[in-house]
Design a binder for this molecule. Sequence first.
Ligand code: PMP
Length: 285
Amino acid sequence: FDDRDGFLWLDGKLVPWRDAKIHVLTHGLHYGSCVFEGERVYGGKVFKLREHSQRLIESGRILGFEVPWTAEEIDEATMATVKANNIVDGYVRPVAWRGSEMMGVAAQATTIRFAVATWTWPSYWSPEARMKGIRLNVSTWKRPHPETAPTASKAAGLYMICTMSKHKAEGDGYEDSLMLDWRGQVAEATGANIFFVFGNELHTPTPDCFLNGITRQTVIALAKARGITVVERAIFPEDMVKASECFLTGTAAEVTPVREIGTYTFTPGDITRQLITDYDALVRA
Ligand code: PMP
């Protein structure tokens, strides 16, 4: 992924992609003092750019560091990077981390580094192709208690359990993994939030130990605009037997129907189809 043409934003300026290098003794690499974002470009524009830039800053604050750029500056850096690489439909990865001036648990004197990468990544699924739905297993790894880990931060360290869960799922022939939380409640997938249809209502877990995703909030608003009742509550695995539809939401996942979670099955239907259509229309508006 590192040997290619193009430009990356690094600490205030565009640099050739191949030259965007950092030292092995980077604190963020050794101790997980790193936060990031994932954004999508639709028709040359970043969907919900300001919300993502703001969340990056907030994620850093939760980990106890200040990203040395304002949300406005992060927006500008992002758009400069998108333009320099001629991205029309793609993905954006801003990242901020503690540098390599100090090596140890305490790292107060490290500088906070900031980079933005972007690459072409069209979202090419037609609604009908998506409606087939994906299959999830149930991970043995649990989302931690918010006093155990900074669960409201999009912190790189929290993705360790996501990668382990996703690799196990893929090894067993599934597309993704459902993660429960430390109480045994349904939490989210490894990189996306989750929704269920119960009767005519849309239910989704209360985001008290995982990201309240920007897509999640967008889809809730779209559902309410369609007059659909949205309920945020504790959902237990055994509740899933009564759910008719299920889908994931996330910047990368957009709205992705689910047809199976372990022994539970769902049939992607009218509410899922409506929200896919509404989400696609909104991101391209
Ligand atoms: N949960 C996790 C673990 C994620 O990685 C993501 C993707 N950022 C989400 C939820 C959804 O967040 P968003 O809709 O803001 O992309």
